[in-house]
Structures are given as structure tokens and as C-alpha cells.
Design a protein around this ligand. Structure first.
Ligand code: IPE
Ligand code: IPE
Ligand code: MG
Length: 239
């Protein structure tokens, strides 16, 4: 089965540029091209949700020039790709601290979300100014002082889930990290409790449809137990 929800930690843009003696921003530009390839590939494969980690709550530590460049790329992508979204039925969504985004970026995301609201194909969730801990903090904030329907009641997993950024979106089945680091870097901490991880050494700007297919094929061989036992062992108590 194709995973319904894939999350990608798109890492390695800077290393891609350094290998070529280019500036880091060139790596981000190539990373954007990879993002377009992978969005199209996921859409063609019949994936329902694709969450792209584009900018973390920690990425503000980077030089202002690099931060500005990344934000500019996101804005341009949202503006220029409307035909592509329409042709492929792609719906744009957002996760992260929306209020903390520069006003023009927030406005562009809002517009893209509204313009693509009725599209019924792949949903692309941009994780921009996103941190897993930050999302949980904001969820707890909504529980404490949010709207009446969110406030009060017992603190249960379901109550917290309903206060996350996009409660209707199922947890990711597969989380891909490119460029080889073995860490989550604060991506989807709550939602990834039982996600399958796939780490690739390939730098994000080099990613193609074939790499996505390889990740999905690997995922399809996994046995997801959710803390239970293998069906072949169930009922027996042998070593
Ligand atoms: C990922 O590439 C893009 C963002 C985090 C915005 P990096 O810029 O982190 O690339 P490396 O890790 O330095 O190679
Ligand atoms: C994670 O990559 C964030 C994004 C891909 C947007 P980083 O490059 O920021 O992560 P660290 O610093 O290696 O953990
Ligand atoms: Mg990195």
C-alpha cells in the first residue's frame, strides 16, 4: 500500500552547494526544484498528504540573508505554481507558528490555501516556522484558553490531538530524512509516535522520483506492530 501521509525533512541544501563551491542559497534554489519533482511524484503515486519541512522554529538562527532567501523562495513558489496545483488538484496547507511568519509570507500562504481549498488530490502541508515542541505548546494553549469546544474536559491524547494545527490530517506513515542525519530536528514530535523512518544519504537537491519510490518500497516491507506482536507469533508463547 502507498503510505497515505509522507513527511520529509528536506536536508542537505547547504552541503550540496558547498560540494560545488557555490553559496548556500544556490543549494536552496536547487532544493526548491527537488520539492517540485517530489510533489509531482507523490501526487502521481496517489499519496494523500505530503508534509514538507521547509523551515524550523530553530532556523531563525541562520544569517538574515539566508532566512530571507528561503522565505522569498517559498513565496515565489506559492505564487507561480497555481497552474500546477490546478492541473494536479493539489491543495496547499500549513503547519507551524503562522503568527510568527513575516506578514507577506503569511498572506501568500493564506491566499494559496484559500485558492486550493476545493482541490481533492494530494494535500501538501508546508511546515514553515514549524517546531514539534512549539506545536504541542500551542495545542496546550488552545486547550487552556481556546474556543469553548477545545477548552475544558480531561487531558487525553485525543483532546490534545484535536488542538494540534491540523487535527483532520492522519499521522504520517513514513518520515523521510535526506542527507543522512540521524535525528528528528523537532519535526512532528507528537504525530510521529508510530511513523516509519527512512534515512537517505542523498542530499535533498539530488532527490528524484526514483528516490521517493525506493523509500516507499522500503516502507512497504516494514512490519508495523504499534507495540503489539507479529500476527505469526500471536497466540503462541514460544521464544
Ligand atoms: C535544509 O538544508 C534546508 C533548511 C533547513 C531550510 P540545510 O540548509 O540545512 O543544508 P545543510 O544541512 O547545511 O547541508
Ligand atoms: C531540519 O534541518 C529543518 C529543515 C529541514 C527545515 P536542519 O538542517 O535545520 O537540522 P539540524 O540543524 O541539522 O538538526
Ligand atoms: Mg541541515
Amino acid at each position: 500500500m502507498v503510505p497515505a501521509h509522507i513527511g520529509i525533512i528536506m536536508d542537505g541544501n547547504g552541503r550540496w552547494a558547498r560540494k560545488r563551491n557555490q553559496v548556500r542559497t544556490q543549494g536552496h534554489l536547487e532544493g526548491l526544484k527537488a520539492a517540485k519533482r517530489i510533489v509531482k511524484a507523490a501526487s502521481d503515486m496517489g499519496v494523500s498528504y505530503l508534509t514538507l519541512y521547509a523551515f524550523s522554529t530553530e532556523n531563525w538562527k541562520r544569517a538574515a540573508e539566508e532566512v530571507g532567501f528561503i522565505m522569498g523562495l517559498v513565496k515565489r513558489y506559492l505564487i507561480e505554481e497555481m497552474d500546477f496545483y490546478r492541473q494536479n488538484g493539489i491543495r496547499i496547507r500549513h503547519t507551524g507558528d503562522f503568527a510568527g511568519l513575516p506578514a507577506d509570507i503569511g498572506q501568500e500562504i493564506r491566499r494559496a490555501m484559500e485558492d486550493t481549498r476545493d482541490f481533492r488530490g494530494l494535500q501538501v502541508i508546508l511546515a514553515l516556522n514549524y517546531g514539534g515542541r512549539d506545536e504541542i505548546c500551542r495545542a496546550v494553549g488552545r486547550m487552556v484558553k481556546g474556543t469553548a469546544e477545545l477548552r475544558g474536559g480531561d487531558i487525553t491524547e485525543d483532546a490534545i490531538r484535536r488542538c494540534l494545527d491540523n487535527p483532520d490530517i492522519p499521522d504520517p506513515d513514513l518520515i523521510i530524512r535526506t542527507a543522512g542525519e540521524l535525528r528528528t530536528s523537532n519535526f512532528l514530535l507528537w504525530e510521529a509516535a508510530y511513523s516509519e523512518y527512512y534515512i537517505s544519504d542523498i542530499l535533498w537537491p539530488d532527490w528524484t522520483e526514483a528516490n521517493l519510490k525506493a523509500a516507499v518500497e522500503d516502507f512497504q516491507k516494514r512490519e508495523r506492530r504499534y507495540g503489539g506482536v507479529t500476527s505469526s507469533v500471536q497466540g503462541g508463547n514460544k521464544p
